[in-house]
Design a protein around this ligand. Sequence first.
Ligand SMILES: Nc1nc2c(c(=O)[nH]1)N[C@H]1C(S)=C(S)[C@@H](COP(=O)(O)O)O[C@H]1N2
Ligand SMILES: [Mo]
Length: 351
Amino acid sequence: MCVYDSRMTDSTLPPNQQLVRGDRWPIVGERHPGDIDSPWSLEIDGCVANPFTFSLDEIRAMPQVTRQIDVHCVTRWSKPAMSFAGVRLLELLNDSGTPRWTDEANFVSFVARSERNHSTSLPLSEVLELDPIIALQAEGKPLATENGGPMRMVVPGKYFYKSVKWIRRIEFLQEERLGYWESEAGYHNGADPWREERYMAPTLTKQAALRVIESRDFRGQDLRGINAAHRDLANLQASDALLRDADFQSCNLQQANFRDANLSNSKLQRSNLQGADFTGADLEGADLSGADLRGCDIRGASLFGATFFQPDANEADSLLAIIDRSTQVDLASLDALVDEQKAFVRKAIKA
Ligand SMILES: Nc1nc2c(c(=O)[nH]1)N[C@H]1C(S)=C(S)[C@@H](COP(=O)(O)O)O[C@H]1N2
Ligand SMILES: [Mo]
């Protein structure tokens, strides 16, 4: 099959990540900084000897490094060896040979200029080890606003949610403070792509899960990580449900209603999705390989990192989703897929 000719065989990708080729760079999360009127600066405070503020111009005037860094998004796309240029955070924290933080500091919180005060954090020991950079440029060009320009963190060796766009403040903390995704979305605080630390274990008990599965009414509920594999869930009502990382492998989900549900990184392999409604749903990183999508509606769904067949299996195990002209897709949303997934879907719907 032609879709395999260009398949990715690079063994340097972390588990269950797919390669984004060429100069595409998906935008994930916020698209614009908050408060665009005041001048850009970076505040360093918390457990530090003296709070300090650097203006953007001061940062631009510091010694710049260029690094090749592999970007791994939690929604299963990777862009290896991106070139980032900027200032080493450790350089900025070095006050003529003395670190700016005090002995009390154990964690580092990175705060974005954003309407939701978006932040993330890392143990200080990991900051020292990973040597993050405050990037001003990517691939030889000033960072675009939607990718975090004029300045963002780039932390190597972690899922990309540890790299805050529009960095405005770095606060040293004694105690851990979870960031936006880590507290709101249940993303794993470790974020190691090689150990696949994407999500915290689900908080739902097995009994609670069984009860809700039997009711077939998931509407608006927080059911992250629920294990519903192999169930008969025809006509399931799941509009607006939070179903990140949920397991629906080999389910009967005919005519299910997933309108506006969050199904990012959910497992839908081999499920029967005939006539199901995914309009407006978040299917980022969802695995739909081998699923039957005939008569199913995925218009307006977000598809970054979604898969419709297993790219690195041999042909017999590749689990192609069943898609035909009765599958409703908008072509623009297919741009979010990696090339080989996009080619497969386009061919199947005969676009
Ligand atoms: N301020 C801010 N930083 C953020 C986010 C965000 O929503 N707001 N999303 C994070 C996530 S989940 C990812 S994968 C990367 C995405 O960066 P990109 O849009 O440049 O690809 O930014 C991270 N940093
Ligand atoms: Mo992400």
